[in-house]
Design a protein around this ligand. Structure first.
Ligand code: KG4
Ligand code: ZN
Length: 346
């Protein structure tokens, strides 16, 4: 790595248009996020077509804001990195094409980044990684336990068999008539409620690190329907607290068990649900006497941003990864395959 290396990153996989610059792999220079949440709220979720249009409108503005905030120009960048997947194809395409245009016109190397690798690497902006490590990835689209033995290598030891944790939060929130995105709303209500309902915990087979949240989601919806039929009042705070207790119990217990079994040096929490107060507290409690160091990113690095893409992209760049001009949006990009794919030189 040259002495002062600057990597620019673009992230447009869902409903945030984001641009960031990272210096020497781990120093955050600027991190600009233009959120579209307000536009999607009235539909109760992200509308892909609207997301793509917003990305087109926001892309150049966000890029200019990041450069001006950093007091730098595109010529100062050593590499252009971009989320190539997974995500919404139309949304991803805006970022991928912006990155390709910049790299081509400024003759810079181009690197494609996996969105979840980004979520994991958000933690490296705070603390150096020590391998082997495990990452509990909990986002709107993913719930998995990822083992990393070295930089850029990802082994999934457990994953959800149905809904992602964030998805379950959003669906239960919609049933409680809370605005999108529901995760933070349930989290807020849960702090004010009591665990009065004993919702199921999906432990699955002995020793499995897989997850399942659809049964819990149905249990919450059924309980609410039953209450309505009986004219019974359930405090939304208590429903939220009971639902959250089940999710947090399973996530933190499986994460702890995996950390013990694999003897990892660090347990990293990644993705939007890592912002959850209940989950953060439960993990801190579980790992308080453990030899495994627990890393949880600050809130602004939990939800989607481009700093995390720059952090993962800089490592991939320094490992020799290069994308060609045929780089395309890849909505179903596989994490393990991404980590193991051959270097593709420009
Ligand atoms: O990682 P992220 O920003 O986007 C994806 O890559 O999916 O995660 C978004 C998800 C949403 O489902 C949102 O409801 C959830 O993260 N989320 C939360 C909290 N903050 C965001 N879920 C529970 N508690 C929170 N505090
Ligand atoms: Zn994400």
């Amino acid at each position: 790595m040259k002495e002062n290396q600057y990597v620019l990153a673009i992230e447009t996989s869902c409903d945030e248009t984001a641009v960031a610059i990272v210096k020497n792999e781990t120093e955050l220079v600027t991190n600009i996020v233009a959120s579209q949440i307000e536009s999607h709220k009235r539909f109760g979720g992200v509308v892909p077509e609207i997301a793509s249009r917003h990305h087109i409108e926001q892309m150049t503005i966000t890029l200019e804001e990041a450069l001006s905030d950093a007091g730098m120009t595109l010529d100062d960048m050593d590499a252009i990195t971009v989320t190539e997947g997974p995500g919404l194809v139309g949304a991803l395409l805006v970022g991928v094409n912006a990155a390709k245009s910049i790299a081509f016109s400024k003759d810079k190397p181009l690197v494609g980044v996996h969105h979840i690798a980004g979520h994991i690497y958000a933690n490296r902006l705070e603390k150096e990684f020590e391998f082997p490590l495990l990452s509990l990835v909990v986002s709107g689209g993913h719930t998995e336990l990822v083992l990393m033995r070295e930089h850029g290598s990802f082994e999934i030891i457990g994953e959800t068999r149905d809904d992602a944790a964030g998805e379950a939060y959003d669906k239960v929130a919609r049933t409680l008539k809370l605005p999108y995105p529901g995760g933070p709303q349930i989290d807020r209500l849960a702090q004010e409620g009591e665990e009065t309902i004993d919702f199921p915990r999906a432990w699955l087979e002995d020793g499995s690190y897989d997850f399942s949240f659809s049964g819990l989601k149905s249990a919450v919806i059924n309980r609410l329907h039953k209450a309505k039929q009986r004219d019974e009042y359930l405090k939304p705070e208590d429903v939220a607290a009971s639902f959250q207790a089940s999710v947090v119990d399973v996530l933190s217990t499986k994460a702890y068990r995996a950390a013990e079994e694999y003897g990892v040096k660090q347990m990293i929490v990644a993705g939007g649900v890592a912002a959850n107060k209940g989950l953060r507290a439960a993990l801190k409690e579980k790992f308080k006497d453990s030899e495994t160091e627990l890393l949880i990113p600050p809130l602004h690095l939990c939800t989607d941003n481009a700093a995390m893409i720059a952090a993962a992209g800089a490592v991939a760049f320094n490992q020799g990864h290069r994308a060609g001009w045929d780089l395309n949006a890849n909505p179903g990009l596989d994490l393990e395959l991404y980590g193991s794919r051959k270097h593709n030189s420009k």
